[in-house]
Design a protein around this ligand. Structure first.
Ligand SMILES: Nc1ncnc2c1ncn2[C@@H]1O[C@H](COP(=O)(O)OP(=O)(O)O)[C@@H](O)[C@H]1O
Ligand SMILES: O=C(O)[C@@H](CO)OP(=O)(O)O
Length: 381
């Protein structure tokens, strides 16, 4: 019997590889001689770096770079098992979680540190870079990242702009002549979590600015700044970026990746599933187990379990999902290739208690799933 275990991480609880290991441990108690293939996955958000490096037996690197408010931060990036592809998760250097809630200010926050990580990856001689965007503290259109890579963003006096989204209102010209020339030889793929345009009512500032600490007045200010950024990009580089889907992801990081790096913008889940070669690994499997921390109506919108189930269904493999908890609308997943869902919590406990007991709960639930699989119930009627 071949069982593929391809879960996401359980946020605040276990990494994807730890979830997969707990599921294997539980099932092995009942099915000791089954073949288990563990494929940790992610949907492009937080945890993407971890699952891609774990899933390809790659390597982590750590560097001190510039944090979102200019402070030094220790940030990780990775190189996949192929030795040629770097993975950078922007939240490592420029993430919202890096700043205490009362200090969050997207007028000032910068993606400079993510650019420094790209430079570090280039120093290792990689030929491809995957940048997972989202979870950002920033609204600087990715200008900080590009400044770290040598691009000069200038005001009408020819002076370089200070860091942050607000400064883009003063942008008058862009000088790419000093951009790191190694970027020309590297293929960049952006694992993108949303389709928003750069500006307007569905744009980066309006939709994601408030979660980064923007007041309504700041949203207006930031949207104007990004509108000017798009106009100067059009004027200096002849790229029309303002309304492109995904340009507004991660405070306009999508726009910079498209404009300056000619990146491919793809849904994170697709990039991850391709990179960990789920289809090839699942071939001939009898069962696939997936899971995520909370499985609910949102799961069908590009989340890991549904992406994994799509691959499994194309191969005719049954799919079971284990979830930390299940929420409203979770039945929607039945229409998206998941055959059964099992929450792992044991009794009515608080969330901290459930998180604390996550591994044990997963092992026990996985064991019970395996016990169920062994039953030969004569189904009548
Ligand atoms: N072991 C667990 N038991 C119960 N709830 C959990 C467990 N692990 C995670 N969760 C809950 O699931 C929530 C969302 O997790 P998850 O689906 O992994 O994140 P996201 O959908 O944001 O990627 C967490 O904030 C937590 O409340
Ligand atoms: O960083 C952001 O601006 C948003 C959208 O890309 O991220 P998340 O979806 O994680 O809130």
């Amino acid at each position: 019997m071949k069982i593929v275990i391809a879960p996401d991480s359980f946020k605040e609880c276990l990494s994807a590889i730890d979830v997969a290991t707990a599921i294997e441990t539980g099932m092995r108690r009942v099915l000791p001689s089954a073949e288990f293939i563990k494929v940790p996955v992610a949907d492009g958000g937080e945890g993407t770096l971890q699952s891609l490096v774990d899933g390809t037996a790659g390597q982590f690197y750590s560097r001190t770079v510039t944090g979102p408010l200019g402070e030094p931060v220790e940030a990780r990036f990775g190189v996949l098992g192929d030795g040629k592809t770097a993975v950078i998760e922007m939240a490592e250097a420029s993430g919202l979680e890096r700043i205490l809630p009362h200090l969050r200010n997207p007028l000032l926050t910068t993606t400079y540190g993510t650019g420094e990580l790209v430079r570090e990856a280039l120093n290792l001689g990689v030929s491809r870079i995957i940048v997972a965007i989202g979870g950002s503290a920033t609204n600087d259109g990715g200008a900080g990242m590009m400044a770290a890579l040598g691009v000069r963003f200038l005001n009408d006096k020819g002076e370089e702009l200070p860091a942050g989204g607000a400064a883009l209102a003063d942008l008058a010209s862009i000088d790419c002549s000093t951009m790191d020339s190694r970027l020309a030889n590297v293929r960049v793929t952006a694992a993108c979590d949303v389709n928003n345009p750069l500006t307007g009512s569905k744009g980066a500032s309006a939709v994601f600015g408030p979660q980064k600490g923007a007041t309504p007045a700041m949203v207006v200010q930031l949207d104007k700044a990004l509108t000017n950024y798009a106009a100067v990009i059009q004027q200096c580089l002849d790229v029309d970026i303002e309304h492109v889907a995904g340009a507004g992801a991660a405070g306009g990081m999508g726009a910079a990746l498209l404009t300056f790096m000619d990146a491919d913008l793809k849904p994170g889940i697709n990039i991850v599933l391709e990179t960990v070669r789920l289809k090839a690994q699942a071939g001939g499997a009898d069962l696939l187990i997936t899971g995520e921390g909370r499985l609910d109506g949102q799961t069908v919108h590009g989340k890991t379990p549904v992406g994994v189930a799509r691959v499994a269904k194309a191969e005719g493999i049954p799919v079971i999902a284990l979830a930390g908890s299940v929420g409203k609308g979770c039945e929607a997943v039945y229409e998206h290739g998941i055959d059964a869902v099992f929450p792992v919590v044991h009794g009515a406990v608080s969330l901290p208690e459930a998180l604390e007991a996550g591994r044990e709960n997963l092992e026990r639930t996985a064991e019970n799933v395996a016990r169920l699989l062994q039953l030969k119930v004569p189904l009548k009627g």
